[in-house]
Design a binder for this molecule. Sequence first.
Ligand SMILES: NC(=O)c1ccc[n+]([C@@H]2O[C@H](COP(=O)([O-])OP(=O)(O)OC[C@H]3O[C@@H](n4cnc5c(N)ncnc54)[C@H](O)[C@@H]3O)[C@@H](O)[C@H]2O)c1
Ligand SMILES: O=C(O)C(=O)C[C@@H](O)[C@H](O)[C@H](O)COP(=O)(O)O
Ligand SMILES: [Zn+2]
Length: 367
Amino acid sequence: MIETVHVPLGDRAYDIQIGQDVVARAPEWITPLLTQSRVAIVTDETVADQYLARLCAVFNDAGIQTVSLALPAGEATKSWPQFSRTVEWLLDQKVERNDIVIAFGGGVIGDLVGFAAAVLRRGVRFVQMPTTLLAQVDSSVGGKTGINAPHGKNLIGAFHQPSLVLADVGILDTLPKRAFLAGYGEVVKYGLLGDAAFFEWLEENAPAMAEGDINLRIAAVKRSCQMKADIVVRDETELRDRALLNLGHTFCHALEAATGYSDRLLHGEGVAVGCALAFDLSARMGLCSQEDPSRVRAHLRALGMKIDLRDIEGELPSTDDLIDLMSQDKKVLDGQLRFVLARGIGKAFVTPNVDTDLVKAVLNDAR
Ligand SMILES: NC(=O)c1ccc[n+]([C@@H]2O[C@H](COP(=O)([O-])OP(=O)(O)OC[C@H]3O[C@@H](n4cnc5c(N)ncnc54)[C@H](O)[C@@H]3O)[C@@H](O)[C@H]2O)c1
Ligand SMILES: O=C(O)C(=O)C[C@@H](O)[C@H](O)[C@H](O)COP(=O)(O)O
Ligand SMILES: [Zn+2]
């Protein structure tokens, strides 16, 4: 069974195909996009070891030639050296304006390859083939592409929508449990920011989904993509509502910078911790009840996820230094940081009116 979510963005509209065996059927959706029978695939070494030969064979059997590049796995790859390596490799392959570049991997590959496609010959089309839960529910959709800077997360990039997203939920079988749960941080974010009924559904179904239930995975990926598509269509370049998708990310990005974009804290883990902190802050400001942050924490804890700063291994910078790291957030407007807070589960909103002393108090409590 294939589920389709359409992203109606005018002349940049595209479909997200979600299901099992999507990789095996990839040529069905990609061939109509091709002007020449060839694709350039960029992936990471872990995904390449397990799936690249199979993907190339699927294309070759359909008469489509492939060239491929495998980058090191991990967040450190979202950097200038791997970015310029990718752009120059695509130029070496003489990828033309009308060709299709395929990002085959998690969010790291999707973000970097999307950015490379955005600047190559001033913009070539690309297809997202997300292989992690996080990439299937979030990073492959919506066109935010980019790399990290020493100054902060995703500070160099472009908006560049994919031409197609192919999400094969079967490929998640080989994802390590830790990476799966990190991706779940972004899934739960959707319920928390705008759909209380989805959060309730997750409370009931997430344990079975984590154990591998395919139909539950398809349902969760579809609902997440639909929610993201709806928001992106309303506000593609984050002038207003799109900032809701940043729930938990002001804390998360500061913590990722503080842990050196390393395995100490995966992005989705930081999102889960950040969501718990955003609900703490909302409760402290009297915006939501005290029960809401407790309910968020109870759910994340039941799945075995990180929820507090004390769950992150090793030393963290001081609270003041964490606040300082937040000053590079892209939601800063006229020098003032804006936070995504909530009036309850499923009721997030964006506000500049947050007292820094309350943020400090929340961070200190979470240590
Ligand atoms: N652009 C956006 O809108 C957006 C949204 C959310 C997150 N992101 C970005 O996404 C990145 C995180 O993405 P991620 O969590 O997918 O991390 P990732 O890309 O590093 O993948 C996690 C790990 O899983 C491995 N892997 C991938 N697929 C696998 C599979 N099927 N089986 C076994 N191993 C597999 C990878 O090699 C890697 O080691 C962050 O940089 C974050 O900022 C971007
Ligand atoms: O698509 C969006 O918009 C998001 O904010 C999704 C986030 O999950 C994602 O981590 C995104 O890359 C963060 O964007 P940033 O602009 O805060 O770097
Ligand atoms: Zn995120």
